[in-house]
Ligand binder design. Structure first.
Ligand code: A2H
Length: 253
């Protein structure tokens, strides 16, 4: 835990109705996987969501209609932060594991894919953000390696019940150019550093260090309404647009 609070944007990834399986009890509500991100301007490049298979999550009532699936820890923080909008002890409508969420079809803001799927990531921390992560493999080294692991290892897909069609069609979407790193900075750094898997912690930290700051200071948008603009200039604008349009909320911890 840092001394300064970190402000995240929670992206509302809606579970596409009809709600089936364990989530059938929530039919009639708007149910979202709420993913914490520091890079709202990258949402054009989402290819999937990440959940921790053995993670414990709950479906929490945020208001009359909206239900967020997050860790209990995040639900308590959210309840405290949204005060008037949620009861102080958020009501948990349903408890689920990450494994229960794998394969859920989602609609998420800005991405060019009409539907994306919830998939397993083994390195998710349950004491950070909401325990749900949105995946932008073009620009996030962790996302690139976790998706490559699933694409290249049929046994891994089988272990978690991941169907090929939730993974195979989802190619990287070039969304930001960084002069030194090209249009898919995460892929380039993972290849350059010879990163083997999502568990290659030290090298992934180095890849993130290399791309994160440069993406912000030197990146240019390749897609969307702000195509051609600097990332540093449009990041706050895109964040504000997502929040004002009800597609995201602010979350601090
Ligand atoms: B970022 P920080 Cl394109 N466990 O979003 C592991 N990782 C988590 C997490 C958790 N519980 N909660 C959030 N994250 C990820 C986009 C992105 C992110 C891009 C590039 C870099 C990047 C798409 N994934 O983060 O430790 C989320 O991934 C690089 C650090 O609080 C979130 O932003 O600094 C970021 O880690 C927050 O990490």
């Amino acid at each position: 835990e840092g001394v300064q609070p970190q402000e995240y944007t929670l992206i509302k990834m809606q579970v596409k109705p009809p709600l089936t399986g364990k989530l059938a009890a929530l039919e009639g509500r708007n149910v979202y996987l709420a993913a914490a991100t520091l890079r709202p301007e990258t949402m054009y490049g989402q290819t999937n969501a990440w959940v921790l298979p053995e993670g414990q999550y709950g479906a929490y009532e945020i208001n009359d209609k909206d239900v967020f699936i997050v860790t209990e820890r995040a639900a308590l923080n959210l309840a405290y932060q949204l005060l008037s909008k949620v009861p102080e002890k958020p009501s948990c409508l349903l408890q689920v594991t990450g494994q229960d969420l794998i394969g859920l079809p989602l609609t998420s803001p800005l991405t060019s894919h009409p539907v994306i799927y919830a998939l397993p990531m083994l390195t998710i921390l349950t004491d950070k953000g909401t325990g749900i992560v949105t995946s932008v493999p073009s620009d996030a080294p962790d996302d690139y390696m976790a998706l490559l692991d699933l694409k290249s290892k049929p046994a891994l897909r089988q272990k978690f019940g991941v169907k090929d069609e939730w993974v195979v069609p989802f190619e990287l979407i070039p969304i930001i150019n960084i002069p030194e790193f090209g249009d898919k900075s995460a892929e380039k750094t993972c290849i350059d550093l010879k990163i083997k898997s999502q568990n290659d912690k030290e090298k992934l930290a180095e890849a993130k260090r290399l791309t994160y700051l440069k993406g912000f200071t030197e990146g240019t948008m390749l897609v969307g309404e702000y195509k051609g603009s600097k990332v540093s200039e449009v990041k706050p604008v895109i964040k504000k647009m997502l929040i004002e349009s009800g597609q995201a909320v602010v979350y601090s911890e």
